[in-house]
Design a protein around this ligand. Structure first.
Ligand code: SF4
Length: 429
């Protein structure tokens, strides 16, 4: 038995994969510790989607180099999108790392562990790499990867190069995973895919995400289903209708727009125009007027003029998303944008645009959330922080409420008494 520590940054897919590694190691008799300093086995689950993320990975690798000198027996493993196809180069650059394995390549991880004499769980069979979930976590929510990889090649994105082409997990296997999770106490699952709307096109009979949602909704004991991330060009009307008609599917949609300007969208190779995006939002709001919407935006894409940025800014004002994840463009080596365009927008201009979007969004989200004042919301309780229970509504609003009783994992009603752009606070009803 050994002590392990997992450091994770990046998207929900990484979090799901770290959950799996932790669950696997626990089932093999190891136990998790908080700090790598106390661990015999350290796993870094990395992200390189932005330069700042890659810098964090390099920083961690630097720290571990020092730690490994103090504890030469410690094993250091690296997975996630930092692991490219040039593992030999990585081995040369980071000789203190014992093993690099590609995102979701669990069987490689287990073979390595066996060779090193690290205790493994022989009874946990892997049928398809990358899709193993079954975490028994204290939260009632779990991620279930249903499609890996991406065929889109947006010009700024490194994901298709690191995670490869789309591969879907068959419907019955997803259902099996979800049933197993529910039997372990999970009440909410989030189906994950870099482009979850593409689910199933590579499977026999071509089931789609809507078909999967209908099937999962039949599982007794499962209260909520979410899915992310959507691609506006691939989100079908059939899927919207499935969300309308299935009570268990949360009325919350992530629709990354990335830019509000057609020329920038074209350079990003997003595959839709702003008018098409507006049309999609109109269709969603017509059928799901109560749905919460979130989006992703990149400011400072190469060549983005003030006017083009203003197009994005006014689109955000017009649509009024519940949540906007905004990032300043940073070139990722290997991507089309990195090869083709100069990173021409100065850093301070990017920062200014980022701040403008953040300020706008704080005011929009503040106004939207104030509409919940005095209302009763249903919350799935995820945990307790400093004496307050917290969880999320169907629309993904974070809610806090103080109460002495134990509400872990329960669906409760809360009366909202205070709101902010980021959360709601209230009283248990
Ligand atoms: S859809 Fe575009 S942004 Fe999303 S993972 Fe695929 S290439 Fe990247």
């Amino acid at each position: 038995m050994s002590r392990y520590s997992i450091w994770t940054i990046g998207c929900q897919m990484n979090k799901a994969e770290s959950q799996w590694i932790a669950s696997y190691l626990n089932s093999a008799g190891h136990h998790e510790v908080k700090s790598p300093r106390e661990a015999d086995l350290v796993v870094l689950n990395t992200c390189v989607v932005r330069q700042s993320a890659e810098d964090k990975v390099l920083g961690m690798l630097g720290q571990l180099k020092g730690l490994k000198k103090e504890h030469p027996d410690m094993h250091v493993l690296v997975t996630g999108c930092f692991v490219n196809s040039h593992v030999e180069d990585l081995n040369k650059r980071f000789p203190h790392v014992d093993f690099f394995f590609k995102p979701g390549a669990y069987s490689d991880f287990i073979s390595w562990a066996k060779k090193q004499g690290v205790q493994v769980n022989e009874s946990r069979q892997l049928s398809v790499d990358s899709f193993q979930t079954i975490p028994l976590v204290s939260s009632p929510c779990a991620y279930v990867p249903v499609i890996q990889g991406c065929n889109n090649f947006c010009s700024f994105c490194i994901v298709p190069y690191r995670r490869g082409k789309e591969v879907s997990l068959p419907v019955e296997e997803v259902v099996g995973e979800a049933e197993e999770l529910v039997s372990q106490g999970i009440k909410e699952i989030t189906l994950l895919g870099q482009n979850v709307d593409s689910y199933g096109h590579d499977l026999p009979g071509h089931p789609d995400l809507a078909d999967l949602l209908y099937r999962l909704s039949e599982i007794a004991g499962l209260s909520r289903i979410r899915f992310l991330t959507n691609h506006p060009k691939d989100m079908s009307r059939k899927l919207i209708e499935a969300v309308v008609s299935l009570d268990k599917v949360c009325k919350y949609l992530e629709l990354p727009v990335q830019s509000g300007d057609d020329d920038i969208l074209k350079a990003m190779k997003r595959g839709y125009t702003i008018e098409q995006y507006r049309e999609l939002v109109r269709a969603v709001r017509e059928r799901l007027p109560q749905a919460s919407l979130s989006t992703d935006v990149i400011v400072g894409f190469p060549g983005e003029t003030e006017e083009q940025f203003e197009h994005t800014f006014s689109l955000l004002k017009e649509i009024r998303f519940d949540v906007v994840h905004v990032a300043a463009y940073s070139p990722r080596s290997g991507t089309l944008a990195w090869r083709k365009y100069e990173d021409s927008v100065p850093r301070d201009v990017k920062k200014e645009r980022l701040k403008k979007v953040e300020q706008l969004q704080a005011s929009v989200a503040g106004e939207i959330n104030s509409g919940y004042m005095g209302k009763e919301v249903e919350v799935l309780v995820e945990g307790n922080k400093k004496g307050k229970w917290y969880g999320r509504t169907e629309g993904n609003k974070l809610v806090f409420f103080p109460d002495a009783a134990d509400y872990s994992g329960k669906l409760v009603k809360v009366n909202v008494e205070k709101t902010s752009p980021w959360a709601l606070q209230g009283k248990y009803v």
